[in-house]
Design a protein around this ligand. Structure first.
Ligand SMILES: [Zn+2]
Length: 488
């Protein structure tokens, strides 16, 4: 990969490079290729116009390569540029940006997000917060194990794809059971109570409104559970945000890597986990840091360190972007699994997003990556309510419950949540900027994609890749420069 010149870098544009073979097929850790063999997905494939045939790989001894995504290399991305990618269904793993080709991949995954202003704690989530406090104050360990349903796996990305191959240990509990729904008995009691009040001449509607107000006041926020440290406490927990690449980040780098390796080994049985792997996956962001101010750390890539008695016990890797906090990965010390750190950290990240929202009002969403309805390990993401899934046709958002209903009704095939609405077409070639070298002067030039095609009529590979990319990226492509290295 040729590097882009320093002059271009400093211009602070988002720059990606397309691979010659843009679609990336791999074995699927969710269905192990079983879904592509039943022909359900095949019906949907025609529209994308790619010649690769799933059935070819099915004949090999290996698991068939049924997971299909498009990938590009991120040389540098502004926070706004990456935000645009995310809102069109992309994710990043290190500098590799990818998007599942929804109509062709065996297990379509939808981008999931939560509006932190509307977030409500479930009963289990409150218990996780209380358990942490009891541990900090009295060194008391919870007597009841919290079923996180794969939560420590954290946000979806390429690494998750590797990790997701193990079977979940527990079946997911019913979503509904976690929320405070009145029981039948309770409802009957309430009804009788209302009847008595009505008999006494009380205005029932007014009574209900007053009660709802009191209920609202009782709704506790995550922040209200966070205990300030006191001398008498047995443990001290500090959640510290460090910017990727900063000196503070470097200071604790080795400690972080050691924890990562311990986690990958113990929790995911990942024998290939390495220091280099950590570097490429979690410490090599293409995001250009944009400095903030007193109350706001800036836009870019950060690691949130969970320091228990000044020792790192967990790390949340995240990107702070104009509209959201995008959770990328989370790993923890398996010795502290009893604290349900996967859930705990997601709650702290939601609380952090709520604080950032005060500083930057447009920043109000918490993104947890991809959601796959059929995967029990991803169900935990749906527990942070009320969440929404992105429609891959219109790039609009649908409330999670309704989206899941539509996916189920469609036999878990790729589902468009707004089927009757138009999909934005690929942007015109005149609006796409390409950084390339002039073949005679060898000077670097910025040209439109139309101009590039005229200058390089033989670069057919690029033409094919560009078509695929523009089709998947949609409108965001106009905000991004494409770097094309020189072909001799
Ligand atoms: Zn699959």
């Amino acid at each position: 990969m040729t590097s882009v010149s320093a002059r271009t870098r400093s211009s602070r544009n988002s720059i990606v490079e397309l691979f010659d073979s843009s679609t990336n097929t791999s074995s699927c850790g969710y269905c192990k290729g079983t879904k592509a063999t039943d022909g359900r997905q095949k019906q949907n494939r025609g529209a994308q116009g790619d010649s690769s045939d799933l059935s070819e790989s099915e004949t090999s001894d290996q698991e068939p390569e049924t997971s299909i995504a498009l990938g590009v290399w991120g040389h540098q991305l502004t926070a706004g540029g990456y935000m645009g990618f995310i809102n069109h269904g992309w994710r990043r793993s290190g500098r590799y940006l990818y998007k599942p080709i929804m109509a062709r991949t065996c297990c379509p995954q939808y981008t999931i997000r939560l509006d932190v202003n509307k977030f409500r704690l479930s009963r289990t989530q409150k218990r996780v917060l209380r358990n942490m406090n009891q541990f900090l104050v009295d060194d008391k360990r919870p007597s009841m194990k919290i079923n996180e349903n794969g939560c420590p796996n954290a946000a979806g990305d390429a690494q998750e794809a590797k990790n997701r191959q193990e079977k979940p240990k527990d079946e997911p509990e019913k979503l509904e059971s976690d929320y405070e729904k009145p029981t039948k008995k309770k409802e009957m009691r309430r009804k009788r109570c209302f009847e008595k009040l009505a008999a006494r001449g009380v205005d029932i509607e007014q009574f209900k409104r007053d009660r709802a107000k009191k209920e609202e006041a009782r709704q506790r926020t995550v922040a209200s559970y966070i205990l300030p440290h006191e001398e008498s406490h047995k443990h001290r927990l500090e959640v510290r945000l460090v910017r990727e690449g900063s000196s503070e980040f470097q200071d604790r780098y080795d400690e972080e890597v050691d924890l990562y390796l311990k986690y990958q080994m113990a929790v995911h049985n990942d024998l290939k986990a390495s220091r280099r792997g950590f570097e490429g996956f979690l410490a090599n962001s293409p995001l250009v840091y944009e400095a903030g101010d007193d109350g706001f750390p800036g836009y870019g890539s950060f690691h949130q360190l969970y320091l228990l008695d000044d020792k790192i016990v967990a790390v949340g890797v995240m990107d702070l972007l104009p509209l959201c906090l995008s959770s990328k990965y989370f790993f923890y010390d398996p010795d502290f699994a009893f604290l349900a750190l996967g859930t705990y950290s997601a709650l702290r990240e939601i609380e952090f997003t709520q604080r950032m929202h005060i500083e930057r009002p447009e920043l109000q969403f918490y993104y947890m990556g991809y959601y796959l309805e059929e995967c029990p390990k991803m169900k935990y993401k749906g527990r942070f309510r009320p969440s929404e899934l992105m429609c891959d046709k219109t790039f609009k958002w649908m409330p999670l419950e309704k989206a899941i209903g539509m996916i189920n009704a469609n036999n878990n095939r790729f589902t468009q949540f707004f089927p009757d609405e138009e999909r934005p077409g690929p942007p015109p070639l005149d609006d796409i900027r390409i950084i390339c070298k002039d073949s005679t002067t060898m000077a670097q030039r910025l040209v439109s994609a139309r101009m590039y095609k005229m200058m390089n009529p033989d670069d057919r590979e690029f033409e094919v890749t560009l078509t695929d990319y523009l089709d998947l990226a949609g409108p965001v492509a106009t905000q991004i420069c494409i770097y094309r290295s020189h072909r001799s």
